[in-house]
Every structure is written in C-alpha cells, then in structure tokens.
Design a protein around this ligand. Structure first.
Ligand code: SF4
Ligand code: SF4
Length: 331
C-alpha cells in the first residue's frame, strides 16, 4: 500500500470509527496557522466584543495556531453531534426559557469521552501518535476548524451551519500529529438572508458575522457574575430567556434541515424546556445541586440563575407598566 493510499484508508477508518462512536459528522483540516482570521480576531478583541471574557485575549496567539498547543500537530479532526430533539420552545408567563443546549446533560461529559476514544483508537493504529482533544474548553477556534474541515460555514449569526444538520449541534476537535486526508471547506450559503440580524432581541449581531458579546443575552445570562445587574437595554429585551438564547438559530432557514439527535442525554430533563421563576427563586443550594448535577445550568450557579429570574420578573413588571401607560394615554 503506498503512503497516499494508506493516509486515505486511515482517514476513512477513523471517520467510520467516529460515526460508530455516535458523532453525526466528521471532517479533517490541516493543522496550520489561521492567518485569514488574525485580523478579524484582533479587531473583534480591540472593539471589546468579547466583553469580560478576558481569557480570549490572553490565549489569542494559541487560538490562531494549533501548533502552539501541540507542536507536532499535522491534522485537526472536527466532530459534530446534534442536540436537536422533538421538543420546542414555548412562551409562558412567569417561566424562563432555557437554551436548547442546556435542556439535557452537559455536552462536555458526552462528547469528551467519545473524543478520547477516537484519540486512543489513533494511538493504537499509529505508534507514537500524539493527540489532544477539546470540547469548547481550550484555546481552539472550533468554529473556524469546523469551517475548514467542511462541517459547515460560519453563518451571519456566527454559528456553524450545515446543509444537512442546520446549526443545533456541538463541536469537538482532536489535534493530532497523524497525517490525515483533509476535507475541502464548503461555501457560505447565507446568501442575502438577514433573518438572524433582524430577529436578535438585543442587536448583538452588530453586522453580519460579528457578535458583540456585551449585547448578547447568552453572555449576560450565562457568563456574567451573579452580582452583576443587567443594563436596561438587555433587561428590557430578555424575551423570556432565563439561560442562554436560541433566537438567531431558531429563525435560521437552514434549521429546517436540523437533524434529531440520537443521544437521549440531550433530551430535556423532566420534559422541561423552561423553568418557573418562583421555583428558581425559592430553590435551596441542595435542591440546585440535585436538580442540575451534570447539567450546563450549573455554570451560572444558583445565584446567577436567581439573578436572571429577578431580571425577567423586573422586565415583565416594566412591560405591564408600559401597557398601563399606553392604555391611559389611549383613553
Ligand atoms: S443568542 Fe440571542 S441575543 Fe445572542 S446574538 Fe443570538 S439572538 Fe442575539
Ligand atoms: S438566519 Fe440567514 S443570515 Fe442568519 S445565519 Fe441563517 S441563513 Fe445566515
């Protein structure tokens, strides 16, 4: 078997194995510097669009070149796993919506063991292979690698979109010293659509492909410290979200092609896609630990979720008062 054929054969075997592990899509990119992203990332950071996520500044050089993380890296394997379920969001008074990715178990706990199994498979097949795996936790630009590996394009809402899966999927990457056959990137199919920019409740998509995290509901409800109050521009436009926000994905026409997950761990716990605000506000730390063990909702902690619930209640009171004023003026 010549070297080229064996690279192709190894790549196919690895992809087949990743599919058997439960990943819905697998693509390969060459491990090289993301020179085409340097200017975009620097501008984004300079404008402060990363808000208080300062680790993004600290790790920007590593983000731009995977060989700063794994010097022997030759290939990047990108895996995708759908988290779409038959459940849908509903707006209900006195309840706060949870972003789809938070309905079930923490995706790190589901994807990381599978990625480690893929790395172990490679190490078994190729002596001295070096690999590192990441699921949204390291200084790796997963979305850029997904684009280069042909999983999808990065849409104007900044999510990776696949023509066969929409955008409700998680990404994981495996950096490896093994030479694998790279896939070709696919073109951008956003076309003239601007649905996500038009629908964002807080105007966080400041221009196509540019997200200002400091205006994004996901950032405010998940990433900020519990003692931080939301600015009025966010509080008034929360649109019922308690944890995260799916608006710019829900309106994306490519999500007509969403693919239902095979992983039951991503189905909503207790069939709940939203939570009663009073229940969150009355929850004890022990109840919180039990209810959200192994859930992405642990990230903002109980105090963060309670702050979010208070913000939603304040927003509802404000809108009721505006309705009363509007009614008074109309008489
Ligand atoms: S997640 Fe919500 S707030 Fe953030 S950009 Fe998308 S629509 Fe806007
Ligand atoms: S809503 Fe339209 S513009 Fe936005 S990501 Fe989807 S296809 Fe692209």
């Amino acid at each position: 078997m010549d070297a080229e054929l064996s690279t192709a054969a190894l790549t196919k075997e690895l992809k087949d194995y990743c599919h058997r592990l439960g990943f819905d899509a697998v693509g390969i990119a060459r491990a090289e510097a993301l020179d085409d992203q340097r200017e975009h990332l620097n501008t984004w950071l300079t404008r402060g669009y990363h808000a208080t996520m300062h680790y993004m500044e600290r790790t920007s050089q590593k983000r731009l070149d995977p060989r700063q993380i794994l010097p022997s890296a030759r290939s990047i394997v990108v895996v995708a796993m759908s988290y779409d379920t038959p459940y849908r969001h509903t707006d209900q008074p006195n309840r706060g919506k949870i972003s789809r990715y938070g309905w079930g178990d923490d995706y790190h706990d589901v994807l990381l063991p599978k990625l480690r199994a893929a790395a172990a498979w490679l190490a078994n097949r190729v002596p001295n292979a070096e690999s590192k795996v990441y699921v949204d936790t390291g200084p790796v630009m997963e979305k850029q690698w997904a684009r280069r590996a042909g999983i999808g394009w990065q849409g104007k809402n900044t999510n990776v979109i696949s023509r066969t899966m929409g955008s409700f999927f998680f990404l994981g990457v495996l950096l490896t010293s093994v030479e694998l056959e790279a896939d070709a990137p696919i073109p951008d199919y956003c076309g003239t659509c601007t649905a996500c920019l038009d629908a964002c409740p807080t105007g966080a998509l400041v221009e196509p492909y540019v997200l200002d995290a400091s205006r994004c509901i996901s950032y405010w409800t998940i990433e900020t410290k519990p003692d931080v109050e939301f600015p009025e521009s966010i509080r008034r436009n929360l649109d019922g979200w308690l944890f995260g926000c799916d608006v710019c994905q829900d309106v994306c026409p490519w999500n007509r092609f969403r693919k239902e997950t095979r992983e039951t761990a991503f189905f909503p716990r207790n069939d709940e896609t939203s939570l009663a605000l009073e229940q969150i506000l009355a929850m004890t730390p022990e109840e919180f630990r039990q209810r959200f063990r192994g859930s992405p909702l642990k990230r903002p902690k109980l105090a963060g979720l309670q702050r979010n619930a208070r913000m939603l209640q304040a927003a509802a009171e404000c809108s009721q008062q505006s309705d009363v004023h509007a009614h008074d003026h109309s008489r």
